[in-house]
Ligand binder design. Structure first.
Ligand code: NAP
Length: 265
């Protein structure tokens, strides 16, 4: 189906756009007309492929590299973006990495890596690119269900995403007067490298279990999340701010003891 081109003339910077949800967001935003700055950390080939796909849609694309846990690299990346475009319209924060540990196993370096990337990188990148974001601008951060539910091994990333959700509410309040919105999207389980890494060898069983517990009967795709990002980036979403939009196919609707029952009592 022909996509609306309502983001034509806008620049979107997507972090973690080499793979998974970030890559899906970059492609979906480009399909709606946006020019895309594709950020990656280590996977240059994969990021170059996304740049090529954006270019094939007739949109401009720039490649940006940074370890977003390193403040000087965040600054260098923001400067690199400003050389590409003086204007930024949509900032999508999708990059993340963590160690899946029980709280009692978390060591200072685990904490530093996850928090410096997810919380520190978010705050600093927003600060550095905000001068380029004008009225109608969007900040869209990808959170996760580990903020509301206790998922095995998820304390570190879940708590960092909790901070992300709170930061988004403050950003919404602070930036609203400039007609800039800030929101989170909270996906359920999405078929990406990180979901495979989380489940390790049990991935097929994990997918089957999650699908069975999800109202729509399947796990999510990057495109499912990207569609919600495109909505929040669109002019129609200008009155939505400070929210967490759950995109989980209804995974969070059922309580475990009732999971395999139909809806009749
Ligand atoms: N998959 C899920 O089920 C799920 C569910 C809920 C929320 N989420 C969230 O959605 C977002 C994307 O997840 P995903 O599953 O698509 O992840 P993914 O496939 O593992 O991709 C992670 C991305 O983050 C980048 N990255 C990793 N470490 C980085 C660092 N130190 N500095 C900068 N970038 C870094 C990676 O870059 P390189 O490839 O270049 O190394 C990659 O682009 C994450 O915030 C995740 O927490 C995912």
């Amino acid at each position: 189906m022909e996509q609306s081109q309502e983001l034509r003339g806008k620049w979107a910077l997507v972090t973690g756009a080499s793979r998974g949800i970030g890559a899906g967001c970059a492609l979906a935003l480009a399909a709606r007309g946006a020019d895309i700055a594709v950020h990656y950390h280590r996977q240059r080939d994969a990021a170059e492929q996304i740049v090529a796909e954006v270019g094939a849609m007739g949109r401009r694309a720039a490649l940006l590299q940074a370890d977003l846990a390193q403040p000087q690299e965040v600054t260098a990346m923001a400067e690199a973006f400003q050389r590409v475009s003086p204007q930024l319209d949509v900032l999508v924060l999708a990059a993340a990495a963590t160690a899946f540990k029980r709280v009692e196993e978390i060591r200072p370096h685990h904490l530093a890596k996850t928090y410096n990337l997810v919380v520190g990188g978010m705050v600093q990148l927003v600060q550095e690119v905000l001068p380029s974001i004008g009225p109608g601008g969007r900040v869209i951060a990808i959170s996760g269900q580990g903020t509301d539910f206790t998922l095995p091994g998820y304390a570190l990333l879940g708590s960092a995403k909790g901070a992300m959700e709170v930061l988004v509410r403050y950003l919404a309040r602070e930036l609203g007067g400039r007609q800039i919105t800030a929101n989170c999207i909270s996906p359920g389980v999405v078929d990406t490298d990180s979901a495979r890494f989380y489940a390790q060898d049990t991935y097929p069983e994990f997918v089957a279990r999650v699908a069975a517990a999800t109202a729509v009967g399947r796990i999510g795709t990057a495109a499912d999340v990207a569609a919600a990002v495109c909505f929040l980036a669109s002019p129609q979403a200008g009155y939505i701010t400070g929210q967490v939009l759950v995109v989980d196919g209804g995974l969070g609707l059922s309580s475990l003891p009732f999971m395999n029952q139909d809806t009749s009592p």
